[in-house]
Design a protein around this ligand. Structure first.
Ligand code: FES
Length: 118
């Protein structure tokens, strides 16, 4: 009774956690506003911003409309979807879509439309 089986770091199904889910929250900075917040593992930049009370331009939230188009200044991301609505050239030039981009390190992006939520 009350016994805890397995490694306490394992999830509820007894499977060891792995990958980015075990990572610490990562810090995101938005330029030029200077807003800063943290993103939980697996959270998109847009979701983390909203949770912190910061509104970024967005519409579809699934990587197709490009309303959230921003530019990566530093850090790394991974996409939730295989084909976000960016060309190879745009990716190479540092553009990203925060609605489907999850931080893989502390990062800074340029998003001039960032605002505090009312
Ligand atoms: S909100 Fe549509 S691509 Fe990000």
């Amino acid at each position: 009774m009350g016994e805890v089986k397995g490694d306490p770091r394992d999830d509820a199904m007894g499977e060891p956690r792995s990958g980015p889910d075990t990572a610490s929250p990562l810090r995101v900075r938005i330029a030029p506003s200077g807003f800063e917040f943290t993103a939980e593992p697996g959270q998109s930049i847009l979701e983390a911003a909203l949770r912190a009370g910061i509104r970024l331009p967005s519409s579809c939230r699934n990587g197709t409309c490009r309303a959230c188009l921003s530019r990566l200044v530093s850090g790394s991301i991974r996409y939730r979807i295989e084909w976000p609505g960016l060309s190879a050239d745009e990716k190479e030039d540092g553009y990203l879509l925060p609605c489907v981009a999850c931080p893989q390190s502390d990062l800074e992006i340029v998003a001039p439309g960032a605002r505090r939520q009312d």
